[in-house]
Design a protein around this ligand. Structure first.
Ligand code: FES
Length: 112
């Protein structure tokens, strides 16, 4: 079962920036990158589809510019709002994880 406790506060994510969180689960958990554009928050697995490396250049520090997140390993870039591959060696987009914001808390969205 996945931990459904809040991931962080919205203000923990810099506007037009990124924040790393770890989600614990009975199967070992996973790392997410949370990206923010104003009130909108987007979440993706912190794993690049090019070669499976983490997107951050040091743990928790990401390159985000012009509404793109750029993988620190080989420079693939992805749209902040969709995770789509926009350039570089990626052939597919980031793996999105649904989240919502309730009372300023970012949470994993529960399956319908
Ligand atoms: S692992 Fe991300 S661009 Fe190569």
């Amino acid at each position: 079962m996945t931990d459904v406790s809040p991931l962080c506060r919205v203000e923990d994510i810099p506007d037009a920036g990124a924040h790393a969180v770890r989600v614990d689960s009975a199967t070992g958990g996973f790392d997410l990158v949370l990206l923010r554009e104003g009130a909108a928050v987007f979440a993706y697995h912190n794993e690049c589809p090019h070669a499976g490396r983490a997107l951050d250049y040091v743990p928790g520090r990401f390159l985000v510019k012009d509404r793109r997140i750029i993988c620190a390993a080989h420079g693939a870039s992805f749209a902040v709002d969709t995770g789509a591959c926009l350039g570089g060696p990626c052939r597919s987009g980031l793996f999105a994880v649904p989240v919502d914001v309730v009372d300023g808390w970012v949470r994993l969205k529960e399956a319908a």
